[in-house]
Ligand binder design. Structure first.
Ligand code: TYD
Length: 196
C-alpha cells in the first residue's frame, strides 16, 4: 500500500508521516517512510537552488528525474517486499508547486502518472499560507523561495482541487489530526486485505 502525505511547508507533513510510520509498525506492519526531493543527484541540485530558483522548465525536469529515481530505486522495491510505503511529498507536490508556476496541473498529473505509481491514499494537510509560514519561522527555518505567500496561495488552491484526496484541516488539534489519519489508513488497509 502506497500513502502520500502532502501539503505546503509548515502544514505538519513530517510530524504526521513519522507518527503514521510508528503506529503502523506497532500494528505489526513493515513500513518505510520516504521523502521527496530525495538525496539523489537531482534532489541535491533542487536543494542547492532553494534560494535562487531555476528556470521553471529546468526545475520541473529535476523533480521528475528525482521522482523516476525514487520510484525505481525505493518505492517499487519496497512495495514488492510487501511494505507499506509512506511518502512525505510525492507527485501532488509537483502538480501544485509547478502548477502554481504556470504549468497546466492536468498535464503535470498525466506526466507524473506515466512515471509514478498512483497512491492508494492521499492526504492533503490544509492550512492557510500565513499560518504555515509562521510555523516554518517558529521552528527556526528561514522560508525559502518556495514559501512566498502569493505563490503558496496558488499552491494551496491546486492542492485543494486534488481528486480523490482526503483533505485534512491542519489547523485542528494535532491529536485529532493524528487520529483522523490513522483511522482512515487502517480502514483502507482493511479494504486492501479483503481484496488480496
Ligand atoms: P521540502 O519537503 O520542504 O524539503 P526540504 O526538507 O528539503 O526543505 O521540499 C522542498 C521544496 O520543494 C518545497 O517547498 C516544495 C518543493 N517541491 C516542488 O516544488 N515540487 C515537487 O515535486 C516536490 C517534491 C517539492
Amino acid at each position: 500500500m502506497l500513502i502520500a502525505i502532502e501539503g505546503i511547508d509548515g502544514s505538519g507533513k513530517t510530524t504526521i508521516a513519522k507518527f503514521l510510520e510508528e503506529e503502523l509498525k506497532k500494528l505489526g506492519y513493515s513500513v518505510v517512510l520516504l521523502k521527496e526531493p530525495t538525496d539523489s543527484e537531482w534532489g541535491r541540485r533542487i536543494r542547492e537552488s532553494y534560494n535562487s530558483r531555476l528556470r521553471p522548465e529546468e526545475e520541473l525536469e529535476l523533480f521528475l528525474k528525482d521522482r523516476e529515481y525514487d520510484v525505481r530505486e525505493n518505492i517499487v522495491p519496497s512495495l514488492k517486499q510487501g511494505k507499506i510505503v509512506i511518502m512525505d511529498r510525492y507527485y501532488f507536490s509537483t502538480i501544485a508547486y509547478q502548477g502554481a508556476l504556470g504549468f497546466n496541473p492536468e498535464e503535470l498529473r498525466e506526466m507524473n502518472e506515466k512515471i509514478a505509481l498512483k497512491p492508494d491514499l492521499v492526504f492533503i494537510l490544509d492550512i492557510p499560507p500565513e499560518k504555515a509560514i509562521l510555523r516554518v519561522k517558529k521552528r527556526g527555518d528561514k522560508p525559502n523561495d518556495f514559501e512566498r505567500i502569493e505563490y503558496l496561495r496558488k499552491v494551496r488552491e491546486i492542492f485543494l482541487s486534488t481528486k480523490n484526496a482526503i483533505i485534512v484541516d491542519a489547523m485542528k488539534d494535532l491529536e485529532e489530526i493524528k487520529r483522523e489519519i490513522l483511522d482512515k489508513t487502517v480502514e483502507k488497509l482493511k479494504d486492501h486485505l479483503k481484496k488480496d
